[in-house]
Ligand binder design. Sequence first.
Ligand code: HEM
Length: 486
Amino acid sequence: TCLCLFVCCRQPGEPQLVTGWLPFFGVMLDYAKNPLGFLRATQQKYGDIFTCKIAGKYLTFIMDPFSFPMVLRQGKNLDFHTFAMGFSQRVFGHADFTSPVYSDSYKDVHSIFTQTLQGLHLQHLSQTMLDNLQTVLQRCLPSESSWREEGLQCFTHRIMFEAGFLTLFGKKNGVLQSETVGMCMQKAKQDFLTFDQAFPILAAGLPISLCVRALRAREALAEKLLHGELHQRTLISDLIQRRMDAFDCMHLDETGKARTHVCMLWASQANTLPAAFWSLYYTLRCPEAHAAALAEVGQILQDIEDHDTPISLSTEQLDSMTVLESIISEALRLSSASIMIRVANDDFSLTLDSGKPQAIRKGDYIALYPQLIHMDPDIYSNPMEFRYNRYLDEMGQKRTQFSKNGRPLKNYLLPFGSGASKCPGRFFAMNEIKLFLTLVLWYYDLHLSDTNKAVLPDSTRAGLGILPPMQDVLLRYRARGIRYKE
Ligand code: HEM
């Protein structure tokens, strides 16, 4: 009856309702097939705001980018955390931190993100990532004379997963054979990917108990992240150390604590891995981008060529790499398909940029789909094309002025979300990918085996962040002849 009331009793001032013809599912199939195409076609019919019935839920889409800030500013009426926590609890199996038992202490846990992923902490984290990337690369450096072949996605995952994992969760105590470390990481990476693959169906609502492989993989990861195991590791990041201390004080059970760490591992890797893939893929596919990136990396590292010590980079050096930053931003623009969802706490009136008030009911879902901005030809000319210097101004500095129909636009690139749900790891993520590109371009000669073959993003994961490629592409690489000792 509740849903019938929703449909039959539309109030004046409420957005147009698009129900489709399927009972319960509504327009889910059309939306899932091609979210961007569906939203654009619906916008043509109904304008900049409409409510779609999708799998029993009513989502109100705001299409006009100038109205995004109006939604994001509604912290009081529109809630992000309850929705996100419900999803996270269902998928990762941790405690319900919105319950009164935990909610006060969880606010402190949440503030650890911003405290440990910015400023001096960020600087330290980035240097640790650089050290770990060098350790991983050093372990399997090919010779100068022979070319190696590996899928670009495998290559990226192998290097970035291990370096990212070690940077957050530290290294195992004691002297271990490098093969043992490699095998252990390979298993963790495989478990991570198995769990991550099930994400679209878990997000669609399937209980994880029905995805046996994903559940097993998640629990195997949790076993590695039990506090008893983490205590045997050194150089744990402040982020994880402070979360461990906080969860110990909250008296969660040991498996519950470990599952919150799996959640953190997922947040730190699930988008970073495909983002690193696309950044390197587009660099290698575009000769101008490749040349400009090599020149920038050479410029920064030229002084260290003869040194026998691991590379270290200052914050200023990292920040000065504007070409790499533009390449990464452009790769993010082309591959990001996240959705920002807020839930109305109360009935209220939302005034959009047009000045028209819209009646929103308590419990309504409001959805923003940033890909509408990223692929808008009025903001980005030829939006499907990769242009390595899109985010550079005439002086080679970061470009921040974008406009739509002659009007300046503040939110022109939103792969990290915005407002209450803005990714706290965004600065670290950009640094991680910059460091990855810097090192692989510096140590290796890299070529795509088939430059004519274009790979597309896999849109079955639309709504979940950075899309992975539909399939892997073959990479040929060999060492460039620069050596350093650990
Ligand atoms: C949340 C994107 C890397 C930690 C988010 C959200 C987005 C995002 C869109 C908001 C999700 C939502 O609205 O529900 C990305 C992208 C990344 C990246 C594109 C890489 C290219 C990272 C890294 C870390 C991280 C490296 C940590 C080391 C988090 C956390 C949250 C989050 C903890 C949840 C914040 C909260 O609950 O308030 N990320 N992220 N992310 N991200 Fe990232």
